[in-house]
Design a protein around this ligand. Structure first.
Ligand SMILES: Cc1cc2nc3c(=O)[nH]c(=O)nc-3n(C[C@H](O)[C@H](O)[C@H](O)COP(=O)(O)OP(=O)(O)OC[C@H]3O[C@@H](n4cnc5c(N)ncnc54)[C@H](O)[C@@H]3O)c2cc1C
Length: 271
């Protein structure tokens, strides 16, 4: 934002929370929670996991999402962390969920547990997470001297599950709002950048051709999915395979001891 402010002649309205969008024939009316409004030729929904703009697109396109929920804690004193190595655990008693351990500085780690939302209705993710780090044999020994700092926080993780409408008339979705998080590795910053860049190109086209229709905006869906769709689909298929047959992880781990196979796997899985 600092760059935008410095390098361009853009008016930034900061500290505002979008509450609702209202479509008009030649603009979108954005209504904010402080009661103010603004008119926009086009709206880019880059408002994250609980996107107001996504809910609008879902209503307009009659789609809805089946995302992932997760809990996350910052933990100090975890043993066996390796700087630069992120760990993922698909534990057979806790499928279709996975635990992650991301090392931070000074022996601390960002540790979390996520699962598909439709499954989380019947489970308590926070309890499950604590049970794993306290009782699961291959994990718990590393938490003997560990301490959770702050709360165990819950949030939605809009993972990619299938190609969906990520645009509507005068509206485009980016990043988490477009559910572009990689379902295997949980990263979404890269896809947020890619979709943001492609959205900027689409806006340029919309204004140049004075076409803000849903059909024209669908070109954006195509460009996003041709850039990242096959990678996300492959990750989704791998997650499904792991959930169905968890032993494949052990097979991969064995095969990956061979350097050439390891390099091939890294290329295929794109980790
Ligand atoms: C615990 C955790 C760990 C993660 N670790 C990684 C990682 O290691 N690597 C990785 O690549 N990804 C990671 N991700 C995912 C990554 O954070 C997201 O995919 C990425 O931030 C998506 O960017 P975004 O711009 O779409 O959304 P966000 O970064 O969520 O930004 C959305 C913005 O919109 C604003 N906003 C929301 N609602 C409104 C509203 N109504 N009105 C106005 N503004 C609004 C928010 O304040 C926020 O500034 C992690 C996510 C979590 C939760």
């Amino acid at each position: 934002m600092q760059l935008v402010r410095k390098e361009t002649n853009t008016e930034l309205l900061e500290g505002k929370r979008l509450k609702e969008l209202e479509m008009n024939s030649d603009f979108v009316l954005c209504k904010f929670s402080d009661g103010s409004i603004c008119k926009a030729g086009i709206v880019i929904g880059a408002d994250g996991a609980n996107s107001v703009v996504k809910r609008y697109v879902e209503r307009e396109t009659n789609t809805n999402e089946n995302s992932c929920a997760a809990v996350r804690a910052y933990v100090e004193g975890v043993s066996g962390l390796q700087e630069g190595t992120n760990e993922f655990y698909y534990l057979k008693n806790y499928l279709p969920g996975y635990l992650w351990i991301f090392p931070l500085k000074d022996g601390a780690a960002n540790i979390g547990f996520g699962m598909e939302m439709k499954k989380t209705k019947s489970v308590n993710l926070r309890e499950m997470f604590l049970k794993i780090i306290q009782e699961e044999p291959i994990i718990s020994s590393r938490f003997k001297n560990a301490k959770i700092v702050g709360e165990v926080k819950g949030f939605g993780l809009p993972m990619f599950s299938t190609k969906r409408k990520i645009s509507a008339q005068r509206v485009l979705l980016c990043g988490d709002a477009a559910s572009l998080i990689d379902p295997l590795m949980g990263h979404g910053i890269d896809k947020a950048f890619t979709s943001g860049y492609l959205a900027a190109k689409q806006i340029e086209l919309c204004f140049k051709n004075n076409d803000f229709s849903m059909e024209y905006a669908a070109l954006y869906d195509q460009s996003v999915y041709s850039a990242v769709g096959s990678e996300l689909k492959r990750s989704k298929q791998l997650v499904q395979l792991i959930n169905r047959s968890p032993f494949v992880i052990n097979v991969f781990a064995k095969l990956a001891q061979n350097k050439r196979v390891f390099n091939w796997l890294v290329k295929v899985v794109k980790i």
